[in-house]
Write a protein of this length. Structure first.
Length: 86
């Protein structure tokens, strides 16, 4: 194949199951324009003990990825969930 695993994932939303290359590193960030950016960064650094960098493969997506994604998507009325952390 001429495409890398990340290209296939981005273009088609799937992994190459015919010739998997062992996965990839996925780097996620919290949007700096997010009104709760500072609070979310504090959660990541102090509570979750995870970074925004994860090793993923077709058969293994760490639970920390989902936790990070959930945190990054908290907004509006859900932001109250950040309060107990402090």
């Amino acid at each position: 194949p001429t495409k890398t695993e990340i290209d296939i994932l981005v273009d088609y939303g799937v992994f190459d199951t015919e010739l998997p290359l062992g996965g990839m590193e996925l780097n996620l960030e919290i949007d700096e324009s997010d009104p709760y950016f500072d609070d979310k960064c504090d959660v990541v650094e102090e509570v979750a003990k995870v970074s925004g960098s994860f090793l993923v493969s077709e058969t293994d997506v760490p639970g920390d990825v989902l936790a990070f994604l959930r945190l990054s998507q908290l907004k509006d009325s859900d932001a109250f969930l950040l309060e107990p952390v402090f």
